[in-house]
Design a protein around this ligand. Structure first.
Ligand SMILES: C[S@@+](CC[C@H](N)C(=O)[O-])C[C@H]1O[C@@H](n2cnc3c(N)ncnc32)[C@H](O)[C@@H]1O
Length: 212
């Protein structure tokens, strides 16, 4: 996501208060101990402007939803919305998904949402895809034994590639669809999803669960 640098970023982040976690490594292995009011920890990777983050958190008040985004200029929009609406069960971290093992201990996360990640179509860039096996190994490590990844994309090529990567890395697939909204709108839409849906682009979705 390319965005113009926004001025006053430190001040805007500060105004969001405890929603922003600037020292996420300190919570490693201790997320639910630190926030005992929640029963479950879930993670959204590449949350962008955080529309899905806010709306999903509102549907599950007993779950802490941590959103990761490496572009602060996008993330601040979701943070300011969560602060404005007083949504208690969201935290934001500005980092790269490659850092997740330093932030979450093995088996600490119940579910990961991966929505409309960049397709990186060139084969030379495949390691940057957030469903490349290098990333899937990290997700598998931080997920609980019964953990799952909810994956959505508009990109058919990325979807085919990702299904193969999930199987290769020891996940089994459920609820695989190539036209999620074909029979009417389903679930909470992300910002990108709204845009693609309005253009008539079909949305691919699957749930990848660690094989037991
Ligand atoms: C195409 S946008 C989709 C945003 C949002 N999920 C949505 O569906 O509206 C992909 C987002 O993933 C973020 N992203 C890409 N690679 C990332 C990485 N390695 N770590 C963290 N965020 C990443 C980008 O900065 C961007 O905001």
């Amino acid at each position: 996501m390319r965005m113009r640098k926004k001025p006053n970023m430190p001040r805007r982040i500060e105004k969001c208060g405890g929603i922003y976690i600037g020292n996420p490594e300190d919570y490693h292995g201790k997320w639910l101990e630190t926030f005992p009011e929640y029963k479950e920890l879930q993670l959204e990777i590449g949350c962008g402007r955080g529309r899905f983050t806010a709306e999903t958190a509102l549907t599950m008040p007993e779950t802490l939803l941590v959103a990761i985004e490496r572009v602060r200029e996008a993330m601040i929009i979701g943070m300011e919305r969560a602060a404005r609406e007083g949504i208690p069960n969201i935290r934001f971290i500005d980092t790269d998904a490659a850092m997740l093992r330093f932030i979450f201990a093995s088996g600490e996360v119940g579910r990961i949402y991966l929505n409309f990640c960049d397709p990186w179509p060139s084969n030379g860039h495949r390691k940057r895809r957030l469903t490349h096996e290098g990333f899937l190994d990290i997700y598998k490590d931080i997920l609980r034994a019964d953990g799952e990844i909810h994956f959505k994309t508009d990109n058919d090529g990325l979807f085919d590639y990702s299904l193969g990567q999930f199987l290769k890395c020891g996940f089994e697939l459920e609820d695989v669809t190539r036209d999620l909204h074909g029979g009417g709108m389903v679930g909470i839409m992300t910002d990108y999803e709204m845009k693609f849906h309005e253009q008539g682009v079909s949305i691919n979705r699957c749930v990848a669960r660690i094989k037991t």
